[in-house]
Design a protein around this ligand. Structure first.
Ligand SMILES: Nc1ncnc2c1ncn2[C@@H]1O[C@H](COP(=O)(O)OP(=O)(O)OP(=O)(O)O)[C@@H](O)[C@H]1O
Length: 237
C-alpha cells in the first residue's frame, strides 16, 4: 500500500479551481518531486495534501486511511511533517528552541530525536544556542527541516527547500534529504530548481495549470526532449 495517495485533486481558493485533476503519490523511502512553471499549483497541491486547503473533488489517503477532512495538526499526528516555503523558523528563538517547538506533539519532549537531528545536520548542532534569525539561509533551512523531523514523520513535505540558497548549499541540502529518505521516510518536495531536484527524484511530477502534464522517474523526465525544452530551460546536459 502506497503511503500517500492523493488522487484526482480538484480545488483552489475561493471559486477558482487551481488544482484540476491532480494526482500525486509518494511511498516510504521514495523522493517525489513536483516541478512546473510559476503559478502551476505546486504549492497548492502540497497545501491540499497537508490539509491547509479543502478539496472540491478527489481523495487523499495516508497509510491506508482517507484523510480528506483532517486538519493539518491531525495529519502531523498521523505522520506528516511539513517544511513551509517561508517563515519556517522562529527567528527570535535559539536553534535548539526551534527544534524543541517541533516536538510539541511528543509526550517525551523529543530528547532522543534532537540528537538524531543534530547528527544529520552537524552545522545545526554547532549553532544550537544561536538565534535562528542570525543564521544563513541554508542553515535556517536545515533548522526548518530538523524542526519538522522532530515528530519523526513518515512523510516529509518540503515547499521549495532550496529557494534562495547557493548551488553548493542546495547540493548539501539535497544530500541530507536523500539521507532522510534512506531511513525509510517518504519525501514529497516542490522545487524551482527542477533539473537538480529531478536528479534525486524517484518520481517526478510536472504540473501545468493544476494538472499532471508528465509523470515519470526523475531520470526519464530529465531525458525527455519535450520536458527538457519546455520545463528545464533548454537542451543543455
Ligand atoms: N492564498 C491564496 N489565495 C488566492 N490565490 C492563491 C493563493 N495562493 C496561491 N494562489 C494562486 O494560485 C495559483 C497557484 O499558486 P501556487 O503557489 O500553488 O503555484 P506554484 O506552482 O507553487 O507557483 P510558484 O512556483 O510561483 O510558487 C496562482 O495563480 C496563485 O496566484
Amino acid at each position: 500500500m502506497t503511503l500517500l495517495q492523493a488522487n484526482n485533486m480538484r480545488g483552489g481558493y475561493g471559486k477558482a479551481d487551481i488544482l484540476q485533476d491532480c494526482t500525486i503519490t509518494c511511498d516510504r523511502g521514495e523522493v517525489a518531486v513536483i516541478v512546473g512553471p510559476n503559478g502551476a499549483g505546486k504549492s497548492t497541491a502540497i497545501k491540499a495534501i497537508f490539509g491547509m486547503m479543502g478539496l472540491r473533488e478527489g481523495e487523499v489517503t495516508f497509510d491506508g486511511e482517507t484523510i480528506n477532512g483532517l486538519p493539518p495538526q491531525a495529519r502531523v499526528e498521523a505522520g506528516m511533517g511539513m517544511v513551509p516555503q517561508t517563515n519556517n523558523v522562529f527567528p527570535g528563538m535559539t536553534v535548539e528552541e526551534n527544534l524543541q517547538m517541533g516536538a510539541f506533539l511528543r509526550e517525551d519532549g523529543g530528547a532522543g530525536v534532537i540528537d538524531k537531528v543534530y547528527e544529520l545536520f552537524p552545522a545545526v548542532f554547532e549553532k544550537r544556542y544561536q538565534h535562528a534569525g542570525e543564521l544563513s539561509g541554508g542553515q535556517r533551512q536545515q533548522v526548518a527541516v530538523g524542526r519538522a523531523m522532530m515528530t519523526e514523520p513518515t512523510l516529509l513535505i518540503l515547499d521549495e527547500p532550496t529557494a534562495g540558497v547557493s548551488p553548493i548549499v542546495m547540493d548539501e541540502l539535497f544530500d541530507r534529504i536523500l539521507e532522510i529518505a534512506k531511513t525509510g521516510v517518504a519525501i514529497l518536495m516542490v522545487e524551482q530548481n527542477a533539473r537538480q531536484a529531478l536528479e534525486i527524484a524517484d518520481t517526478g511530477y510536472v504540473l501545468v495549470q493544476g494538472q499532471n502534464r508528465f509523470t515519470d522517474t526523475g531520470a526519464a523526465l530529465l531525458a525527455d526532449k519535450e520536458v527538457r525544452a519546455t520545463f528545464l530551460g533548454g537542451d543543455q546536459s
